[in-house]
Design a protein around this ligand. Sequence first.
Ligand SMILES: NC(=O)c1ccc[n+]([C@@H]2O[C@H](COP(=O)([O-])OP(=O)(O)OC[C@H]3O[C@@H](n4cnc5c(N)ncnc54)[C@H](OP(=O)(O)O)[C@@H]3O)[C@@H](O)[C@H]2O)c1
Length: 293
Amino acid sequence: MSADDRLVAVTGATGRQGSAVTRHLLRDGWRVRALTRTPDSDRARALTDLGADVVRADFDEPDTLRAAFRDAHGVYSVQNPMTSSIDAEIRHGIAVADAARDAGVSHVVYGSAGTGASGTGVGSWDSKLAIEAHMRRLGLPLTVLRPMAFMELMTDRDYYPPVSTWHVMPKLMGADRPVVWLSVDDLGAIAALAFAEPSRFIGAALTLVADVQSIDDCRAIWRDVTGKPPRRFPMPVWLFERIVGTDLTTMWRWLRTATIPTDTSETLRILPTAVTVRQWLSAQQTPRASHPA
Ligand SMILES: NC(=O)c1ccc[n+]([C@@H]2O[C@H](COP(=O)([O-])OP(=O)(O)OC[C@H]3O[C@@H](n4cnc5c(N)ncnc54)[C@H](OP(=O)(O)O)[C@@H]3O)[C@@H](O)[C@H]2O)c1
């Protein structure tokens, strides 16, 4: 057992996943060491206000990771290839894993994505499998969380929903194809539950599905909830790829024909309160511009 068995170090703590994990851990009575490259940012200060201990750490500086993980019981690991690159994501995920091993933490919860199967050709899913394989080689006490589509894709401005979710995504994958949804907040709740029950969750790799709705279904729900359809901004696929890259378009083309896990029962057993798309959209009084820390 590590020196402080109520302390979890959360990477990406100023981001969507990390801030949700931090909020839930604090709510559940954990102490949280929140990692960020810029402790004086507004988002970092918001984490301090919540009660987290904000520390500076950079995935590209392994010593800062080792220092941030020292004496921690657990580590929440998440990286973002969209804001760095696939290669950087792998490098960063491996650096976090190595530092967690060096610090001797008792539990690593990894924010992965996708189906968990190889051979999809989706770079940002394969990268996560490579990081997971490294963690397994190290023998880390590991829980893997695999969400596929965050409900925030419909509202978070950073994702450009009028172009991506309401236009290019259905165009490439088919508007009637199933999409498996989870809210980021529920991911945070599930991560906190995993830390609370290590005997249940260490060794588990969980495909997280709270609701299954096609983009057509989501448009109809949106209309029901708000009285008007979501705003759509048509953009040629080649232009979208030039701006965003080809990872998402590869994913959506793959989803056009792929069979994906759509069973919600395991997720709902773990978190019976996990929200549906309808509940989630209804709760967005005014769709949020971005994720609050
Ligand atoms: N969009 C979806 O529907 C979806 C679904 C499933 C999974 N995912 C996965 O979710 C992941 C992204 O998670 P997210 O949305 O929570 O990301 P995010 O909001 O972009 O947050 C990532 C955080 O990582 C930190 N960070 C970035 N570079 C760093 C570095 N070099 N050293 C230390 N910290 C660094 C940043 O914090 P600072 O700037 O404060 O340092 C940032 O706040 C991706 O891997 C994606 O594949 C997405």
